[in-house]
Write a protein of this length. Structure first.
Length: 339
């Protein structure tokens, strides 16, 4: 029996399928119920199997994710203002239900947790004057529609020092702590980590595109932050948080509540590298954008513990050179895994 699940702002559905001889058995319904079964007979077992593969292809193209034999955990999502851009990113709320988490075992008890992010549509950038004041916001004031056609997994947290050590065998971070995000890494360092990680796993890991990062950060909201238009010291770790007297350093993962997708510390703590080159935004709607072809600096997102709350807005962009060794000590990264 193979099971697939799908969650968006209005429904939580499952779909199970198996072939027994010439019969294709399909069961579907709401997650948490037994569902409704519909068997269908075919002339031969081969034709039943062919129909099975056809249905699987159709369902996965619509955002269903196979969960057969995979652990499904729950996380409490944070509430935020509903989106109005349409698509599966619309209308997310506390009813957002189950957050699906896939785990990768890195050995010696170190786990890498990846949260499922659904496909969807959103408005990238910001149209508000206050969101693009300042040196750090050039190029982000062109608000444009972006559609992400496929779901993907994203790291529940920024990559931690123990995860980095498990793959790389060293720790470049100035402030040490197993559960702290790894810092003092360049974009090229991240690529080396990803290459080694993919070599010892089933692969598919990479940095997020800038569009994937902002979509995941917003988690269906249109406000300045995924928690609303104001950020407080109880929402994220930034310069004025001063919680625990630790305002001058990054914090261990999971100290604050997650957003509606179940992702932690998308605002503040450490800046996060993206795959894209940095340039001004396009003005037309985009589908699965991969960033500009121009070469210069790479995109960084999220603000940090050493930056102000305004620098942690969902739309704010930063940039740095590929080989920049992070003189500020505030740069980390978060993984994405292609489905």
């Amino acid at each position: 029996m193979r099971r697939f699940e799908f969650s968006d702002s209005t429904s939580n559905k499952f779909w199970e399928v198996e072939v027994k001889g010439k019969t294709l058995n399909v069961t579907f319904g709401k997650i948490g119920t037994k569902g409704q079964s519909k068997p269908k007979d075919f002339a031969t077992p081969e034709k039943a199997k062919a129909e099975l593969e056809k249905l699987i292809k159709e369902k996965t193209s619509k955002g269903y994710v196979e969960v057969s034999g995979k652990a499904v955990k729950e996380a409490k999502p944070a509430a935020g203002k509903k989106a109005n851009a349409g698509g599966m990113g619309e209308g997310l709320s506390k009813a957002e239900k189950q957050v699906k988490v896939a785990e990768e075992d890195l050995g010696k008890g170190v786990k890498l947790e990846m949260v499922l992010v659904p496909a969807g549509k959103f408005m990238m950038g910001s149209s508000r004057l206050k969101d693009y004041r300042g040196w750090n916001s050039y190029g982000n004031k062109v608000q444009h529609e972006v559609t992400l056609t496929k779901p993907y997994y994203m790291g529940k947290d920024a990559v931690t020092q123990e995860q980095w050590e498990a793959v790389m065998g060293n720790n470049p971070s100035d402030t040490k702590g197993a559960k702290y995000p790894v810092t003092d890494v360049s974009w090229e360092d991240c690529q080396e980590f990803i290459q080694k990680l993919n070599a010892v796993t089933k692969g598919g890991y990479r940095l997020p595109t800038e569009a994937e990062w902002e979509y995941a950060c917003r988690a269906g909201t249109t406000t300045a932050y995924s928690f609303g238009d104001e950020l407080t010291p109880f929402d994220a770790h930034y310069r004025d948080s001063r919680i625990g007297g630790n305002e001058n350093f990054d914090f261990p993962k999971g100290r604050y509540k997650p957003n509606a997708f179940g992702l932690y510390d998308m605002h503040g703590n450490v800046k996060e590298w993206c795959e894209d080159w940095h340039d001004d935004y396009p003005t037309k709607p985009m589908k699965d954008p991969q960033g500009p072809k121009i070469r210069g600096e790479r995109v960084l997102r999220g603000g940090s513990y050493d930056y102000f709350e305004s620098d942690a807005r969902s739309s704010v962009r930063y940039s740095g050179y590929d080989d920049d060794d992070d003189y500020e000590g505030v740069r980390g990264f978060r993984l994405v895994r292609t489905i």
